[in-house]
Design a protein around this ligand. Sequence first.
Ligand code: IMP
Length: 429
Amino acid sequence: MANVCVIGTQWGDEGKGKVVDWLASRADIVVRFQGGHNAGHTLVVGGETYKLSLLPSGLVRGKTGVIGNGVVLDPEALLSEIARVRSQGLDVGPHNLRIAENVPLILPLHPALDRAREAARGGGAIGTTGRGIGPAYEDKVARRAIRLADLAEPDTLSAKLDELLRHHNTLLAGFGAETFRKEPLLARLLDLAPQLLPYAEPVWELLAEARAAGKRILFEGAQAVMLDVDHGTYPFVTSSNTVAGNAAAGAGVGPEAIGMVLGIAKAYTTRVGSGPFPTELDDETGREIGRRGHELGTVTGRPRRCGWFDAAMVRQAVKIGGVQGLVLTKLDVLDGFRELKICTGYRLNGAVLRRLPASPAAQAAARPVYETMEGWSDSTRGARSWAELPAQAVKYVKRIEELVEAPVVLLSTSPERDDTIMMRDPFAG
Ligand code: IMP
């Protein structure tokens, strides 16, 4: 039985929560492999709404959740998220949540630096979530991060904090921001240690054993390919690799363990934060899509920018992300539009490109080339089979398949878990 990896193919918020939840009910273990509490997944299960940022979605389905080493972990955010979902009746503890002992930690100095830098960027700000994700990844790569296992060694922790503070306080002072003192930070970490260490283990071993026992693993991506630090619309990206390839490094498994790669795409496009967005609609149609799709960021509550489906971009994400099957979400939001547009490429300096150019200036200057399709007036909301879809909606989905060069394997037609049309079982391999 194959494993499955789910990634976003646009700029995040494609509705991964529902899809991962749907898939999680067929998996044994759900693994987060990158990102941190910048992600936001809303799950509606049994009338209860769970807002998850850091916890793997499978926990809601009673599955084992794993936070891999590729994540950056804010201990305070983790503990408060656990407390919140526990208060909603969910059973979460070291028996069903395992965290890589080598995961780097986000400390209060990381969001402080994130925000100080964003403020200094002024109009050129990236629009980060302000949660310290970028600075924490920088510390990991610079080999000065404090990792979960360090909490078990007070002397190591103390020495590492010295190095970290030397670096961060210099930067924070340079930005005119408040600096941090070592003693309260050290005391707090030592205080948190007994709460966190019971979750820590070499998760690579747990995953190797699970694979040997024939268990099904679901790798749950956060953000999306266009926010990938290498392949996205750099510098308006997050600080991790969001592509499926990173599931291996970020969890501690080999590339063959990743299994079937599913890419999630909304039937239109949204983006939060700054950066190029060729198909953005700064008009009543864009606002209408936003209203119908309830397009507000889960983590920050910011309104999302909305636009037409960009098939050129999703095709690029399919190739880079290794996507073998597409999951199309929120098709119902397009119900009732007289006509719909799909971007098939970009016009730039007199030429037509089939992919996004690399430079930010060229990305901003690229103008979408559209194909127009007739819309449909009947509702697709809640459809559970192809036969229930209006003919024009089927045409729209088929055209997307052709343009992005990947088959649509799942189609989500409402936030309800069972309003999903399955064309092919991803776990069948
Ligand atoms: P950071 O990840 O907080 O550094 O933010 C970098 C960029 O990624 C910003 O444009 C954020 O809005 C965006 N971003 C980060 N996480 C998400 C997410 O889960 N969904 C959508 N956008 C995100």
